[in-house]
Design a protein around this ligand. Structure first.
Ligand code: ZN
Length: 278
């Protein structure tokens, strides 16, 4: 049974229609309220997803203060140059194996939080973000999706000066300033989609749509990335994988972020984040 998961005031909730339901309450205490703890039991979340209509909701999603679905991942990965058109606009060769960097977990914020730029070359990158749902080691590509709790929307905000000012370029610091990792608003289980590998993704700065692509264009798809990473290190529930951004980022035409810019990021069937630059 599919489920839609949200972090409401740092409590794990499931969503049905316009309403949210506190997971700890409707599971009679068997699932912990901390979102990170709740994500360790995705089988229970799948089961609970089918019972929501029998419960009284805790409130309206529209009134809820939403945080990042997985607020404190143990590891958070970014994947560079994972769309052909973005590699081309970056004037880089297509990668033969995934270009993986650490997007340090301290940068993770919620879907409507402000981005504190602190940079003259702040840039946006709309991304599909995978949230791991099981302890995962050496999983094959065929089974990889079953180790995923769900997907959410992410912004891999990047300080191009920090990233490209070093020789050779370094990704970790440049993508990990405080507030540089908005995620949310919802985590959608993979079985909710007809095809979780083919989702429409867009990003607008103010009224200007800058990125418009489908995740089916990923060079290394979700199954490959989960399998590949799990051969290097053990993945645990709540770990995040920012899967890469399509073309249209600000860097090629020097359209860097400035205070007051409104970043609107949408993934089909997942939702929309709105983040204002400060
Ligand atoms: Zn990125």
């Amino acid at each position: 049974m599919p489920f839609t998961f949200a972090n409401v005031d740092d409590r794990a909730c499931l969503v049905h229609g316009d309403n949210f339901y506190d997971v700890n309450r409707i599971s009679h205490g068997s699932i912990e309220s901390d979102p990170m703890a709740a994500l360790t039991d995705i089988d229970a979340l799948h089961e609970l997803g089918s019972t929501l209509a029998n419960n009284e909701p805790d409130g309206l999603l529209a009134d809820a203060k939403l945080g990042p679905p997985a607020p404190r991942p143990r590891n958070s990965f970014g994947v560079g140059l994972n769309y052909k058109d973005h590699a081309e606009e970056s004037k880089m060769d297509l990668p033969e194996s995934p270009v993986v960097f650490s997007k340090f977990p301290s940068c993770i914020v919620g879907p409507f939080d402000d981005v504190d730029l602190r940079a003259t070359r702040g840039d946006y990158e709309a991304e599909l973000v995978v949230v791991i749902g099981r302890v995962t080691r050496d999983v094959g590509t065929q089974d990889a999706w079953s180790h995923v709790a769900g997907v959410t929307v992410g912004q891999d905000i990047s300080d191009r000066k920090l990233q490209l000012g070093a020789r050779p370029p370094q990704f970790g610091l440049g993508k990990s300033r405080d507030t540089y990792g908005p995620t949310g608003p919802l985590l959608i289980s993979p079985d909710s989609f007809a095809d979780p590998d083919d989702l429409h993704i867009t990003c607008a700065i103010n009224e200007d749509t800058r990125q418009d692509a489908r995740t089916s264009a990923l060079i290394f798809d979700v199954s490959f990335l989960v399998s590949y990473l799990s051969e290097v290190m053990t993945l645990v529930p709540g770990d995040l994988i920012f899967t890469g951004t399509p073309s249209g980022v600000g860097m090629p035409d020097k359209r860097f972020l400035v205070a007051g810019d409104v970043i609107t990021t949408t993934v089909e069937g997942v939702g929309t984040m709105v983040n204002i630059c400060r």
